[in-house]
Design a binder for this molecule. Structure first.
Ligand code: FES
Ligand code: FES
Length: 157
């Protein structure tokens, strides 16, 4: 039987109190225990970015972090980005630019894109490319993704 620990943290603006196995990942906590399926499992090894979330304002791969390490911290997942049924401007821009195909990579991609723009509102296209290189997309070829982010920052293509 695995050892459990009690966890208190803030998730998408709400307090969470939950007991978790000490070896559970944040990704499994979100998807299996908290029923937030927006954050995706793909490689499970920190290579694809599908599981990207924000912890204390910084993006991380949630497949690589233990849930126990969330104690006292603040988490934002894709479910926390918009306002109720209203999409966040970054989500809307991805839709408007046809940047979403199968959609599997999109929660992580959009969380990362939003983080990059918060860090640097004058992001260049090159900086976008570098900042998104940890987020793998098998469908879009990335051009429309970059167009979508560029529209938010007003950057030139
Ligand atoms: S599932 Fe976490 S980086 Fe791929
Ligand atoms: S839209 Fe299919 S993997 Fe990116």
């Amino acid at each position: 039987m695995s050892v459990k620990t009690e966890l208190n943290f803030t998730l998408n603006g709400r307090p969470v109190n939950i007991e978790v196995p000490v070896d559970m990942t944040v990704l499994n906590l979100l998807r299996e225990n908290l029923d937030l399926k927006g954050t995706k499992y793909a490689c499970g090894e920190g290579e694809c970015g599908a599981c990207t979330i924000e912890v204390d304002g910084t993006t991380i791969n949630s497949c690589l972090m233990y849930a126990a390490d969330l104690n006292g911290r603040t988490v934002m997942t894709i479910e926390g980005l918009g306002a109720g049924n209203k999409m966040h401007p970054m989500q809307q821009s991805f839709v408007d630019h046809g940047a979403v195909q199968c959609g599997f990579c999109m929660p992580g991609m959009i969380i990362q894109a939003n983080y990059l723009v918060k860090q640097n509102p004058d992001l260049t296209r090159e900086e976008m490319k570098r900042g998104l290189e940890g987020n793998i997309c098998r469908c879009t070829g990335y051009t429309k993704v970059l167009d979508a982010v560029a529209a938010i920052v007003g950057a030139e293509g």
